[in-house]
Design a protein around this ligand. Structure first.
Ligand code: UGA
Length: 455
């Protein structure tokens, strides 16, 4: 084993001329994108997952979910021979760096994160670690997890170590965010082990660092907290503007103009101030809940109690959307034909995990509405969870004969709709769950336009 950072770095630079050998354990959203991007950067990558079907798809160059740019990247990485996938953990034995990219979902019936997959990934990796190799956590975990896993890595037969390197990618921009991150955070142990881990990670991210990407080298706890506090802040920003939408609705103000106006203050900023149905997906909702749960465990429940309000404001938007639709249809949804445009938790994604849109669609149906739903990418993922809804391929089909059209995810193709496109409706009622349409355009054409937080 090499001792001393500079000697190690020199050796790594020499080997880097060939490539770094990287394994990525867990090939979901995070892992599949990370594996493909690492190969794109010139490394030799092996992706591991327990799900045979997922591995077969990735091996064949098919992305198992919709993510712009990923199919192209998989094709080029597979063709280069630098990217392979397997279900057999023993195949990672010669890797220098092992990224842990498995999920940390919300525990059933609890707010805390379920760490079963992270623990299982690290435990099953232990026998295959080689001297000098680095295990790098990417999954979003409660603060304190990395220290516990570092102790686990210390029990491996080989002299390996652990670092925590949170991921900040956004679905829909995952490839762009991974190849060109806005910052790199390394949580490393103290002393020489930390210097070695930093040198290895610098080699992994050589291309991004050459572009002056900010790099923060810190301890495990800070690195873990950077991730959850970033998501907590983003969720808070969204719920803040949605709370303002509630006030705007009661006072006749316009929340979108309010957001524009406060957003001009550079200290506030306009991004993540889009009011509407609120946040969903596989990250923000479960991350704020897990963070709160961790705060309680630490005896610091009060410090994070506000995240309970953030969650509650967010969930109230869904109630309000159903209420608004009911109001617009004369007080009852029973037997009314409602066209639902958008099911994914946000545009450019087929992900319907904790999707506010899909939730509202099912609630409208539960109140007796005949829901005809569509989405450019998320019909199949929605159907798996809710086969009882009626799905059609286009907004025009969904709207044919509808008493109301409800826009729940702001896909570009829905933002660009005009009253003429939806001339086949029964009632000219449009409900904008994302404040993404021009009210004047619809009202001038004789439609009833209602939204969350606009008069
Ligand atoms: C989020 C974070 O933005 C990423 O930085 C983070 O890496 C990721 O979680 C993660 O933890 O893995 P993502 O879930 O892909 O990324 O989606 P966002 O773009 O953050 O949107 C989250 C939700 O907030 C969506 O439902 C979106 O519709 C909603 N949103 C977003 C709003 O309601 N208003 C806004 O102004 C912005």
């Amino acid at each position: 084993m090499v001792s001393g950072v500079s000697a190690f770095h020199a050796e790594l630079s020499r080997t880097k001329a060939v490539e770094l050998k990287i394994s990525v354990i867990g090939c979901g959203y995070l892992g599949a994108v990370h594996a493909a991007c690492m190969a794109e950067l010139g490394h030799e990558v092996i992706g591991v997952d327990v799900d045979r079907a997922k591995i077969d798809a990735l091996e064949a160059g098919h992305a198992p979910f919709f993510e712009p740019g990923l199919p192209e990247l998989l094709a080029s990485a597979n063709a280069s021979g630098r990217l392979r996938f397997t279900t057999d953990m023993s195949e990672v034995a010669d890797a220098d760096v092992h990224f842990i990219a498995v999920g940390t979902p919300q525990k059933k019936g609890e707010y805390a994160a379920d760490l079963t997959y992270v623990d299982a990934a690290v435990t099953s990796l232990l026998p295959y670690l080689s001297d000098g190799s680095l295990v790098v956590g990417k999954s979003t975990v409660p603060v304190g997890t990395a220290a516990r896993l570092a102790a686990l890595v210390d029990t491996a037969p080989a002299d390996a170590s652990l670092a925590w390197n949170p991921e900040f990618l956004r679905e829909g921009f995952a490839v762009k965010d991974t190849l060109g991150p806005d910052r790199l955070v390394y949580g490393v142990p103290a002393g020489e082990a930390g210097e070695r881990a930093t040198a290895i990670l610098d080699s992994v991210y050589e291309v991004a660092l050459a572009r002056d990407t900010p790099r923060i080298v810190t301890d495990f706890a800070t690195a873990e907290l950077v991730k959850v506090s970033a998501n907590a802040f983003l969720a808070t920003k969204i719920s803040f503007i949605n709370a303002m939408a509630e006030i705007a609705e009661a006072t006749g103000a316009d929340v979108t103009q309010l957001a524009d106006a406060i957003g001009h203050d550079a200290r506030i900023g306009r991004r993540f101030l889009n009011s509407g149905l609120g946040f969903g997906g596989g990250c923000l909702p479960k991350d704020i809940r897990a963070f709160r749960a961790r705060g309680e465990e630490l005896g610091l429940g009060k410090s994070l109690a506000f995240l309970g309000e953030v969650d509650a404001i967010n969930l109230r938007r869904r109630d309000r959307m159903v209420e608004l639709t009911r109001e617009a249809l004369g007080g009852s949804l029973d037997g009314k034909h409602v066209a639902v445009l958008g099911l994914a938790f946000k545009p450019d994604s087929d992900d319907v995990r904790d999707s506010p849109s899909l939730d509202v669609a099912t609630r409208l149906r539960a109140e007796g509405a005949i829901v005809v739903a569509t989405d450019p990418e998320a019909i199949e993922t929605s159907r798996r969870l809710h086969p009882e809804l009626d799905y059609v391929e286009s907004a025009i089909e969904a709207a044919a004969g509808a008493d109301a059209v409800v826009v729940l995810t702001e896909w570009k193709q829905y933002r660009e709709l005009t009253p003429a496109d939806l001339s086949g409706t029964n009632g000219q009622v449009i409900l904008d769950g994302r404040n993404c349409l021009d009210p004047k355009l619809w009202r001038d054409a004789g439609w009833v336009y209602r939204s969350l937080g606009r008069p």
